[in-house]
Design a protein around this ligand. Structure first.
Ligand code: HEC
Length: 102
């Protein structure tokens, strides 16, 4: 059952490919400030607020993509609390994080 749920999330994400242009980096930043900054440094530099890996460090990872980040956020994960994010929130956050790669 759990696998089925993961599969449908993955399919939903793939199906959303056409919508990838609609990502809103500013919205991603606002959602990140609200939900993520308690634990992650969300700025381009590893800020002192960070208690775990910074968003800049995530963006700098080899081979990371926005899809990987949004999938991670929407699937149940053990290392981090599950947050009440919509798919749009997750995609916008992913776009915001990937911006730091530039
Ligand atoms: C209560 C603390 C907490 C909050 C809030 C939190 N995280 Fe995390 N996050 C963690 C921890 C702990 C890890 C694991 C770090 C590690 O493995 O080194 C992590 C890991 C991650 C990772 C890396 C996953 C991987 O592949 O290793 C991403 C991406 C991430 N968080 C994004 C977010 C985003 C986006 C938000 C806000 C929506 C958020 N986190 C909110 C604690 C938190």
């Amino acid at each position: 059952m759990r696998n089925l749920t993961l599969l449908s999330v993955a399919l939903a994400l793939c199906g959303g490919g056409a919508a990838t242009f609609a990502q809103d980096v500013q919205h991603g930043r606002r959602v990140s400030e609200r939900w993520c900054s308690e634990c992650h440094a969300i700025g381009p530099a590893p800020g002192k607020a960070g208690r775990t890996i910074s968003f800049a460090a995530i963006a700098a990872r080899q081979g990371i993509t926005a899809d990987m980040i949004s999938s991670f956020l929407l699937m149940p994960h053990a290392t981090m609390p599950n947050l009440p994010l919509s798919r749009k929130d997750a995609q916008d956050i992913a776009a915001f994080i990937m911006e730091m790669k530039k």
